[in-house]
Design a protein around this ligand. Structure first.
Ligand code: GLN
Length: 461
């Protein structure tokens, strides 16, 4: 708005964002900056405005792109070595839609390589530091995007959430992070992790901004046959009367600060006249095990395309075709990528398929049913995003199981395909951000954002 009214120019906004990105270089937020293209586009927008031409709803707004979204501007790395130096011939649908409204990408943000992880420590380019503390992780996998918004470098950033990768870093850095209903935003042109749980979403500083981005980016796409028919704009919104809390998540592994944040929100809701219902969801305790069977299985097939021939890097050591595959994949993937490929191929192999993959899919159906039943009783559910605030760099990276346990409260939502918004929920005494998540039934996305807006308190940011 300020741009269209000529109060401020797009060029100065983009310059400011790039300046801040450089100021925080030590945080390792960006894999690459998009300086030249961003300034050129900003100039074009200012010229359009000067000529009195119509500009889009995001004209001149700087944003950051998680580096697993394809864009024709610069390299797409997915924070891996194996894609280097891959330059995409296409824009992802999300990039296209954002840019058609005049948004300007100022840089690509760091992530766990191929989005495998919960701390951004699995990135080929090194860890991203938390917005509030240099000793702590940003969360992951979309760590760079979360910190870019938390430090006010950009107005918004894109993310992908396969098992929590938007919500957990959002809560570790005190911003909003939304994983919409599966299929609401096209996955076309986004580096695939696990196709049945991957969702595209955003980091913002307000629910109103999130709503605008959803209006712009949601919708059916002929390039992604899993996209739902358009529903977002026409969503019917009723005031929420009942909110659920999950008894099964209330245990001694959850940090006191997070338990208190949840209690406070619950009290706040009660004061507003909302009825709180305790839900029994006993199948959720299997969600983490189910997730770490189904997701590696899909990862193993999605990563099979990186063969040293079609994209990016090829090992210089390889002497024949077999070695091109094996050496390229061995040198190009990070340890966590390889772990998932191995687990995935194991659970899919004959003899183990029935015992692991098939059983996990059956359990997934139970989890879906459990959410469906829950939403017969309540309008929304409120839970923690993760059991603890941001942990120390190096604390979990060598212990994959403790890293996987970080995801215990975020992955059931992806398995069920329902929407969830991470909201800021105050800070610890040491100043670390806390977050909670609001979960809704499928296609309740717009109502969920509206409800979250009513939940805002002075102390949250
Ligand atoms: N932390 C989860 C994992 O490592 C989720 C990742 C994601 O959502 N991309 O699988």
């Amino acid at each position: 708005m300020r741009i269209a009214s000529k109060e401020i120019s797009a060029v100065s906004l983009v310059k400011e964002a790039l300046g801040k990105a450089k100021k925080y270089e030590d945080k390792n937020i960006f894999v690459s900056l998009n300086e030249e293209n961003a300034l050129r586009k900003a100039k074009e927008i200012d010229e359009k405005i000067a000529r009195g031409e119509k500009v889009g709803r995001l004209a001149g707004v700087p944003y950051a792109l998680k580096d697993n979204f394809l864009s024709k501007e610069g390299m797409t790395t997915a924070s891996s070595h194996i894609l280097e130096p891959f330059e995409s011939p296409i824009d992802s649908t999300t990039v296209k839609k954002l840019e058609s409204e005049g948004a300007i990408m100022i840089g690509r943000t760091n992530l766990d390589s191929f989005a495998h992880g919960s701390s951004t420590e699995n990135s080929y380019f090194g860890v991203t530091k938390n917005a509030r503390s240099d000793e702590r992780v940003a969360g992951g996998s979309s760590g760079g995007s979360a910190v870019a918004v938390a430090l006010d470098i950009v107005e918004f950033a894109t993310g992908t959430d396969t098992g929590g990768s938007i919500r957990q870093p959002a809560s570790f850095n005190g911003v909003y992070g939304f994983k919409p209903t599966y299929g609401t935003i096209s996955r076309y042109g986004v580096v695939a992790m696990a196709s049945s749980t991957d969702c595209i979403g955003f980091f913002t500083k307000s629910t109103e901004d999130m709503d605008l981005l959803m209006e712009i980016c949601s919708g059916q796409d002929e390039n992604d046959l899993t996209t739902l028919p358009d529903y977002y704009l026409d969503s019917k919104i009723k005031p929420a009367k009942k909110v659920g809390i999950i008894k099964d998540f209330d245990n001694d592994k959850v940090d006191e600060n997070i338990k208190n944040a949840l209690k406070e929100k619950v009290e706040f809701l009660k004061k507003k006249g909302v009825e709180i219902v305790e839900l029994n969801m006993p199948t959720l305790k299997y969600a983490l095990a189910v997730y770490y069977i189904i997701v590696p299985a899909e990862v193993a097939s999605n990563l099979s395309r990186y063969d040293g021939i079609r994209y990016g890097f090829r090992s210089s050591e390889a002497k024949d075709l077999d070695e091109i595959y094996s050496k390229t994949r061995n040198e190009g993937f990070m340890t966590e990528n390889k772990r998932r490929i191995m687990i995935g191929n194991f659970v899919l192999s004959s003899g183990f398929y029935d015992a692991y993959y098939l059983k996990a899919e059956k359990a997934r159906t139970k989890i879906i049913e459990e959410y469906e039943n829950a939403f017969k009783q309540v309008d929304f559910i409120i839970t923690p995003v993760s059991p603890n605030p941001a942990f120390k760099i190096g604390e979990k990276v060598n212990d994959p199981v403790s890293m996987y346990l970080e995801d215990v409260m975020s992955v059931p939502i992806n398995l069920a395909g329902v929407p969830s918004l991470a909201i800021p929920a105050g800070k610890t005494k040491e100043g670390l951000s806390l977050g909670l998540q609001i979960v809704g039934p499928r296609r309740s996305d717009k109502a969920l954002l509206k409800f979250a807006n009513e939940l805002k308190e002075e102390s949250d940011a």
